[in-house]
Design a protein around this ligand. Sequence first.
Ligand code: SF4
Ligand code: SF4
Length: 349
Amino acid sequence: MRLSRRDFLKIAGAAGITSVLPLDLIQKAMAGNGDPRVIWLQGQSCSGCSVSLLNSVKTTTIDDILLNKINLGYHSTLIAAAGDLAIKGALGPHPNLTELAAFENQWLMEGPDLKFDLDKDGRVNLIDFNALCKQGYILVVEGSIPAEDAACPVKFCDIGGHLSMEEAFSILSQKADRIIALGTCACYGGIPQAVPNPTGAKGVSDKLIELGYSKPLINIPGCPAHPDWFVLTLLKVLAGQTVTLDSKGRPADLFGDSSSQRVHAKCLFHPSRWPGSAPPQAATLGDYGCLESLGCKGKNTWSNCPVLKWNSGGPGQNGVNWCVEARSPCCGCVEPDFPDGKTPFITGS
Ligand code: SF4
Ligand code: SF4
């Protein structure tokens, strides 16, 4: 009988064998043929973006993503392994099963046009295996990256006890095919970077500039990021489609630069939706009406929250509510100047 990965995971979880089997073996059992490898680093974050993703329903669910779409090499919250074994999962070589099987078929063959003669010396050998192991992956970064300060004995954001977030990002970003920064902290620094920024936190794009690395980067901000923003973008990347970015490095169809893509333009209290009368104005939080006088930043925020909404109830369904309809001002959580440039979040009496 051939077990599906879903079955395997269920049995493995029930039997508790994920804690005793080597991670490599578990991953091989779980990995689908050709699934792209994903390494997920969590820096200075509240894990809110991971939790948000776990609530993905509209486009597809998190178990479908993990079991059928990607080979998750490392995620400090979701991974079954712990300690050094888990770190090995992120830093170690992991060609996928298809590549391993095909490589084995060509092992020590000589001749022209061999697929796995990666160094083009006419033979498939250990050098090619090494090159195969260093294949790229998608690096997802959640949370900001604190500075390494030689004068400070504290390493912020240890990963595995002997690796700082900055070291891990520096190592893993070099070999990544592309990087997805998930959440405003990862994209632009977010709350950890707010004044006085005691840890020297930076977002991914600024850290890449500091390190002198050039990598394809997609920013998916939000505090937290909407699960569909990530899922839709990931599926596009996996399908080999181009993700067009706006001026802030975000998917242009979900965020964008045009006036019509502002939260304000799509809000139910936009004046265009109240022909012949002024939209109602909220006098206090909890009132029904436009919250501009209470601090709403919808006029300076670009996202599709009013349309997509949050907490989808089922496949294909938009969410049930969003900030303004819940009678709370939009605080511009997807913008690079969040939070300092968007405070105070609430004004008025
Ligand atoms: S509540 Fe905010 S987003 Fe909606 S109309 Fe008023 S200012 Fe614009
Ligand atoms: S409505 Fe504004 S504060 Fe609320 S999630 Fe969207 S961008 Fe963030």
